[in-house]
Design a protein around this ligand. Structure first.
Ligand SMILES: [Zn+2]
Length: 285
């Protein structure tokens, strides 16, 4: 597996792929988008589609090291086998081990949101997987994922995962809900970017001269950079998701900030105006 490391603002950032593959039909993820609308998208992003009808999806976590800190952003699908992802087993702990890292070196885990493909590794055998870490989640997200309707909808996708993931963290007192923009470490901030889920957090890393944003699932597919109104079936509050995408596109374009997204190819990309459309263009470093 390739490694993708960038250096920014005194940190190294590595994209760790927990799993990747052609798991989901396009028509399931984007039920409201007509088939023909995908034609240009396939040409723009050939490594994000598979065959005629599937998306090629990565589930990416990020390892951020610097200023004495070792921070993990998101926790993948988990040890599996995960039926939603072709019964795959996540590779996150193997990826850490390949770097000589054991789970106890992680001091902070940022949970961008509480969908099952972002929290899979937070616990093992009923205990926090990363025993020294505090786990950051937004207050709005935590509140929403305690609601009966949300819990029932999530249970229908991956039975029982919220109980397995959240209860041990809450029991151990290591979950730290945050309200809004918070600096977690020098030049490393989280801020709310709601819509895909009620309290999704994006991560900003860097400073005024150079920065990168980890936008998690604000965009499920790079097509949504061009077409922010395309909602995935997993966008929990579609109108808010669209509004958030527009804000992120506007700021990332005008400020020239590269973005990484959990399910895109695992490299930062700049938003680039090409004629009438804005596209995501991987930055080569
Ligand atoms: Zn996701």
């Amino acid at each position: 597996m390739h490694t993708h490391t960038i250096t920014i603002g005194g940190y190294t950032l590595e994209a760790l792929i927990d799993v990747e593959g052609a798991f989901f039909p396009v028509s399931v993820v984007f039920p409201d988008v007509p088939e023909t609308a995908w034609e240009p998208v396939r040409a723009w992003y050939p490594d994000t589609v598979s065959g005629s009808d599937k998306l090629y999806t990565r589930v990416t976590c990020y390892l951020i090291r610097g200023y004495g800190r070792t921070i993990l952003v998101d926790a993948g699908i988990g040890p599996g086998p995960a039926p939603l992802f072709g019964h795959a087993r996540g590779a996150l702990l193997d990826e850490l081990a390949r770097r000589g890292l054991t789970p106890d070196v992680i001091d902070t885990v940022v949970l961008t949101h509480l969908h099952p493909d972002h929290v899979g590794w937070v616990t093992r055998d009923g205990q926090p997987t990363f025993p020294r870490a505090r786990y950051i989640v937004s207050h709005a997200e935590l509140e929403a994922f305690h609601r009966d309707d949300v819990r029932a909808a999530m249970h229908a996708i991956v039975p029982g995962y919220l109980d397995q993931c959240l209860a041990p963290l809450e029991g151990a007192g290591v979950l730290e809900p945050v309200e809004g923009p918070v600096e977690l470490s020098h030049g490393l901030k989280v801020a709310l970017a709601p819509g895909h889920t009620p309290g999704l957090l994006r991560v900003e890393l860097g400073d005024a001269t150079s920065a990168v944003w980890l936008v998690a699932d604000v965009f499920t597919h790079p097509a949504q950079i061009t077409y922010p109104e395309w909602c995935s079936a997993f966008d929990m509050i579609p109108d808010t998701a669209i509004a958030t995408r527009k804000v992120v596109i506007e700021r990332a374009t005008t400020e020239g900030i590269p973005i990484l997204a959990s399910h895109f190819p695992p490299v930062p990309g700049r938003l680039h105006q090409d004629g009438a459309s804005i596209r995501w263009e991987p930055v080569s470093r």
